[in-house]
Write a protein that binds this ligand. Structure first.
Ligand code: KIV
Length: 271
């Protein structure tokens, strides 16, 4: 809270200070108003409107099918809920890979139409020109290296990335290029903890991990995984804080039973 009792917003500068002060950054994905309101009220630092919406919201096998319009719709819903946290929106597959002009147009659409605070995109050196152009227009950009789900058909598997020395060196080089291009932060997905530590130490910008170990500057999880809504996804890096799949199943079964038994609604639940 500020002196006037207003809620103090998290900015990209706040995240930078958190890294400098050794305070870990908390980040979760969110795709809708109601969940975003809960996370923001609970004090999350960053909400990512992830293109994982393609999987967990729309039921696709990969993140590739989701469109810019879909992402903007999710982002608008999340932004309406948030008073404190920083809201970053994934640029979907096909909205930035063409060239830097297309990337800029897509980023501007996200910012203008959703009111988000920044964008995230996947890739290393090959996206640096786009990052320079987007940040040049005043839009904060978060990078994403390691397991980059938009390139799943290039890699062929969701296995841990950069286990070998050569790939690790390329990742470190790409991380430095992203920082140099102007990224305010970087997500590292599913890489060895030692490499996560190395990148976080060598970069000035905050490094947020998902399966990148304990030495990075913050952690992110997909909300459906963290809350146990997804059932069949159990990578080693995932800590489940609830088992909502089972809890919701029990509640739904009880609701069905109460209706069938003519127990719901009762006298006090009707007009
Ligand atoms: O789309 C997403 O949910 C992400 C996180 C895994 C970081 O990019």
């Amino acid at each position: 809270m500020s002196k006037q009792g207003e809620i103090k917003r998290i900015t990209t500068n706040t995240l930078q200070s958190m890294k400098q002060n050794g305070e870990k950054i908390s980040m979760l994905t969110a795709y809708d108003f109601s969940m975003a309101r809960i996370f923001d009220d609970a004090g999350i630092d960053v909400l990512l409107v992830g293109d994982s919406a393609s999987n967990v919201m729309a039921g696709h096998e990969t993140t590739l099918p989701i469109t810019l319009d879909h992402m903007i719709y999710h982002a608008q819903s999340v932004i309406r809920a948030c008073q404190r946290c920083l809201v970053i929106v994934d640029m979907p597959f096909g909205s930035y890979q063409g060239n830097s002009k297309e990337a800029l147009i897509s980023a501007i659409r996200i910012m203008k139409e959703s009111g988000a605070h920044g964008v995230k995109l996947e890739g290393g050196e090959e996206v640096c020109e786009s990052i320079k152009r987007i940040t040049g227009a005043g839009v904060p950009v978060m990078g994403h290296l390691g397991l980059t789900p938009q390139s799943i058909y290039k890699f062929g598997t969701y296995a841990v990335r950069a286990k070998e020395e050569e790939e690790a060196e390329i990742l470190l080089h790409n991380a430095k290029s992203l920082q140099h291009a102007g990224c305010f932060s970087l997500v590292l997905e599913k890489i060895p903890a030692t490499l996560g530590a190395e990148v976080a130490t060598q970069l000035k910008i905050p490094v947020i991990g998902i399966g990148a170990g304990m030495y990075v500057d913050g952690q992110v999880l997909v909300m459906h995984d963290m809350l146990g809504i997804t059932k069949d996804f159990s990578p080693r890096f995932l800590r489940r804080y609830l088992n909502l799949y089972d809890e919701i199943t029990i509640a739904t079964k009880k609701y069905i039973k109460d209706i069938k038994d003519k127990d719901f609604p009762n006298e006090s639940e009707q007009y």
